[in-house]
Design a protein around this ligand. Structure first.
Ligand SMILES: *Cc1c(COP(=O)(O)O)cnc(C)c1O
Length: 384
């Protein structure tokens, strides 16, 4: 990309960054280079550096350049899943004896990676309430190498002050890693607030159509980016060409989708807030939300995820999930279609008995981009 293009707006970058028309045919959309190896012009004579598709593949390169542009980082890297991206990053940053601070509210699979996998390799972690930055400072040790934050968090929609936590991490000589899956770079760009690495499950809003599993890292500093890229190749959990292409296509419409997700979610949050069967609505767009002011400062809108607690406890919450019709009962989030789930028994079952256990009466919804009136009607009937 030229300097001129880098000054373009978000939607322009989403559609064009890394995606020049194909030089040979003029194809407007980046082709799917479904290929493992590349002809060399004499030993070591690589064409544009392509050698073997674990190391680099042109479709993945297009996605990686686009990711870097839309998050405002030095380099983007695409992986086979969000967890593959996380694992690669953590094994780049940490070694046995190192310590990391993690949030008390995070994706269950992220917690499982820390608690059940990395601890076996001698990595230590502490759980902190990152919504109160001073709790992060208290959790830091001399061996702390990184602070991990998710904002908005999954599934409790907690908000962390990115600039404040970046300061605390950097003062301690640690990196700040932000899982930006719930917001997407259209609504929030953590690097602008001091994050060193942004993590995505591109399975969610970036892909946006529930048809691909993928992950991404965007690294702010070119030196650290080089180290992560070395591990991406050395560990091999890369995104395949077709998966890269699907995410690249999804990103083109990210802005318009996020606008509609956010509009619909605001209407849903409003309906739920006034409903007698709902005891609490967790949505950063509500002025009553503890993180509302910080969210308003660091996000362009409040996103499409809403969680709520149901009067009558676990059984009542499960019944709401079972009665929903237009809201499909299923895990995952961020697609054009609305989804509903019970985190305690589904996405966050692996956090049971830990400091990240979620309330049993909690329901999480991913508000899609269907007609808002239909979504409201379905929730009304599901709440009974
Ligand atoms: C889904 C999710 C992940 C894990 O990503 P996968 O693509 O499922 O591996 C990580 N963080 C958050 C916030 C998620 O929602």
């Amino acid at each position: 990309m030229t300097e001129h293009q880098l000054s373009h707006g978000f939607e322009t970058l989403a559609i064009h960054a890394g995606q020049e028309a194909d030089p040979r045919t003029g194809a407007v959309v980046t082709p799917i280079y479904q290929v493992s190896t590349y002809k060399q012009d004499g030993v070591g004579g690589l064409r544009e550096g392509y050698e073997y598709s674990r190391s680099a593949n042109p479709t993945r390169t297009a996605l990686e350049e686009c990711l870097a542009a839309i998050e405002g980082g030095a380099r983007g890297l695409a992986f086979a899943s969000g967890l593959a991206a996380e694992d690669t990053l953590l094994r780049t940053l940490l070694k046995p004896g190192d310590h990391i601070v993690i949030p008390n509210d995070a994706y269950g699979g992220t917690f499982r990676l820390f608690a059940k996998v990395l601890t076996r390799w001698g990595v230590e972690f502490s759980v902190a309430d990152t919504h109160h930055p001073e709790k992060v400072r208290e959790a830091i040790r001399p061996t702390t190498r990184a602070v991990w934050v998710e904002t908005p968090s999954n599934p409790l929609l907690g908000i962390t002050d990115l600039a404040a936590v970046a300061d605390i991490a950097h003062t301690a000589g640690a990196k700040l890693v932000v899982d930006n899956t719930f917001a997407s770079p259209y609504l929030q760009q953590p690097i602008a607030f001091g994050a060193d690495v942004v993590v995505h499950s591109t399975t969610k809003y970036m892909g946006g159509h529930s048809d691909v599993v993928g992950g991404a890292l965007v690294v702010a500093d070119p030196g650290l980016a080089e180290e992560v890229a070395y591990h991406q190749n050395a560990m091999g959990a890369v995104a395949g060409p077709f998966d890269s292409w699907l995410v690249l296509r999804g990103i083109k419409t990210l802005g318009v989708r996020m606008d509609r997700h956010s509009e619909n979610a605001e209407k849903v949050a409003e309906l739920l807030s006034g409903h007698p069967k709902v005891t609490q609505v967790l949505y950063p767009g509500l002025p009553t939300h503890a993180g509302h002011d910080i969210a308003a400062k660091q996000m362009k809108a409040f996103g499409g995820m809403v969680s709520f607690r149901v009067a009558g406890g676990e059984q009542a919450a499960v019944e709401v999930c079972n009665r929903a019709e237009l809201f499909t009962l299923g895990e995952s989030l961020g697609g054009v279609e609305s989804l509903i789930e019970h985190p305690g028994r589904m996405t966050h079952a692996s956090a049971a008995g830990s400091p990240l256990e979620v309330p049993a009466d909690l329901v999480r919804i991913s508000v899609g981009i269907e007609a808002a009136a239909d979504l409201l009607a379905d929730l009304e009937q599901a709440l009974g």
